[in-house]
Structures are given as structure tokens and as C-alpha cells.
Design a protein. Sequence first.
Length: 154
Amino acid sequence: MARLDRPREPSEGDTPRRTSEEAMARLNVLSNAAKAHGMPAEVESADGGQNYYVRLDLRPFAPARVFCGTRPSDGERLWFYGDGSEWITEADEPHSITAALTWLKGKHAEAEAERTRLRAVLDLDEADPPGDDDGDDVPFAAEAEPEGAPLVRT
């Protein structure tokens, strides 16, 4: 019976994926480059330190993540890749940080454009925080029924 207080032992042929020191160094460089470009990026791990990635916060949307690991179809060389194994660029090329940073900037720009679109659709004002009791938190407030209007029209 498996014990829940200990990690499971790997079965034969089961090789857990781990971020190598070389890959970790490249992720740190990418994270620092993203921060230098004003993007909220951090190196994180969601599985107890087995695999690390650069996480770009795209609130309220899911974050963009860049991993660095070997690509089996390319002789096990290091590559940057996104969620869903979207291969971005080989990690040991001179342009690799620039290419991965460009990919992150694209994700950041997509999220910013979507936030702007949603603000326009919902008629939200960034300078007017919700719940400030000034009565203008309701989207499209100008189209609201006048006070005293009947609730049901006949």
C-alpha cells in the first residue's frame, strides 16, 4: 500500500523530469531580462522543486510560463518552451534569451490588449476602484433606467 507521507518511488523506466543547473541559470537570466523590461516575472516551481519555470503574471488571465529543458527530437539539447510544449527557441544559442523574452513580451501584450478590450466593454474606470460607494461601479450606468421607472414594461 502506498504511503501518503512519502513521495512515491519511481517505477522502472519512469524518469522524473528535473530542471538542471544549466537550465536554471538560463531561467534566471530570462526572468531578470523580463523584469528589466517592466514585466512581472518570477522563477517558480509548482511541483516541490522538481521543475522550475519563469512565470509571467497576466492577471486576471492565466500566467504565461516558460520552461527550459531538453528537447528529445533535437539530440536532448536545451530549449525554452511554453505551456503545451510550444517550443520557443534553443536555449544555448546567442539569441535565445532575446527570442524567449520576445515570446514573453508577446504574451504580455496579448493580455494587456485583452484587459483594455474588457475595460472598454465593461466601461470600467481604472482610477475608480469598485466598491467606493460613489454609485458608478455599474457598467453602462448611463443606460440605467431613471429612478421611479416601472420594473416591468407592458
